[in-house]
Ligand binder design. Structure first.
Ligand code: PEP
Ligand code: MN
Length: 337
């Protein structure tokens, strides 16, 4: 149930409604738009209070959102969500590039990549400390030690950080050091993890699973938002199809479709999406052309030595050339990088 308030309702009256909602044991989801303030009251049997809210003087009208995801929908919030991370705005005019190794492997490599991408104008460093690997025998990440290495890179370069959490406990560990908590493709429907990421207020980059529909992805975002964390960034990273010439099938259809259905920023990961170094740049450019708000790209100074995802990691020189080309595409679609 969505409560739309009358124009110019004083804050005191808004607070009365908010407190009423809390007393009924629902979370009030307040969205202050350019011309309207609306409050979402979402949860089991919330409609039974419809008449009560309807009769309040400050309330203009009550409506329902037909879509199963509510807070994530464009009906709930018309304006794009812009997540402001110390001046780096995700979802605005700038296309935000996040780059770095698949995994944090050592202090030296991480600092080497960080200072390199920083020089190219990248704003966010990526690197996994907790790695979801298909094989239990593969490198699992450095854990908290990896997060500390990232924090050191941040201190030296000023880059913001994104890293993955796989368990509810890791959400808090990652959030302690990083600016964005990544939830990976394999965990997109791990509902306890999503709820924990919602309780933690750090922005979340939520990756689409390899067999997740767009609707399911938005419902997973809704899990995070339902806890009061509205800073969710969606990420298309390829889905599994019958095609086996590429690692996954990067579903760029998802970008315009998501931008229509939701106000949340949409980022594309061409590295996992195609999985072949030679083609990562092409798909990154296509992502910018079709309206992505950001990119997350794997870069490694010596991919042949990488402990994970070497074959899809760009060499520094390739990444540098790509940044140049991406800026040209961005200009053509009225964006900046
Ligand atoms: C990653 O970003 O390194 C990663 C594991 O991604 P995904 O969850 O998309 O496979
Ligand atoms: Mn990877």
């Amino acid at each position: 149930m969505i409560i739309t308030l009358k124009d110019g309702v004083p804050k005191k009256e808004v607070d009365i409604i908010i407190n009423k909602i809390k007393k009924l044991k629902y979370i009030p989801h307040v969205s202050r738009g350019v011309d309207k303030t609306i409050i979402g009251v979402i949860g089991e049997r919330a409609e039974r209070y419809r008449e009560m809210f309807e009769s309040m003087e400050a309330v203009d009208h009550i409506s329902e959102i037909e879509k199963p995801y509510k807070l994530a929908s464009r009906e709930f919030k018309k304006e794009n969500t812009v997540i402001d991370l110390k001046g780096v705005k995700i979802g605005g005019q700038e296309i935000v590039v996040m780059a770095g190794p698949c995994a944090v492997e050592s202090k030296e490599t991480t600092l080497e990549i960080a200072s390199f991408i920083k020089k190219l104008g990248v704003r966010i460093l990526r690197g996994g400390a907790f790695k979801p690997r298909s094989s239990p025998y593969a490198f699992q990440g450095l854990g908290e030690k990896g997060l500390k290495i990232l924090a050191d890179a941040k201190k030296r370069t000023g880059l913001l950080l994104i890293s993955e959490a796989m368990t509810p406990l890791e959400v808090w560990q990652v959030a302690k050091y990083c600016d964005i908590v990544q939830i990976g493709a394999r965990n997109v429907q791990n509902y306890d993890l999503l709820k924990e990421a919602g309780k933690n207020r750090k922005p979340v980059l939520l990756k689409r699973g390899m067999a997740t529909t767009i609707k399911e992805l938005l419902l997973s975002a809704e899990y995070i938002m339902s806890q009061g964390n509205y800073n969710v960034i969606l990420c298309e990273r390829g889905i599994r199809t019958f095609e086996d010439s590429t690692r996954f099938t990067l579903d760029l259809n998802a970008v315009p479709v998501l931008k229509k259905l939701t106000h949340l920023p949409v980022v594309v990961d061409p590295s996992h999406g195609i999985g072949i170094r030679e083609h990562v740049g092409t798909m990154a450019k296509a992502a910018v052309a079709c309206g992505a708000d950001g990119l997350i790209i794997e870069v490694h100074p010596r991919p042949e030595e990488a402990l994970s995802d070497g074959p899809q990691s760009l060499l520094p020189g390739q990444f540098e050339a790509l940044m140049f080309e991406l800026r040209r595409i961005a200009r053509a679609v009225d964006r900046i990088i």
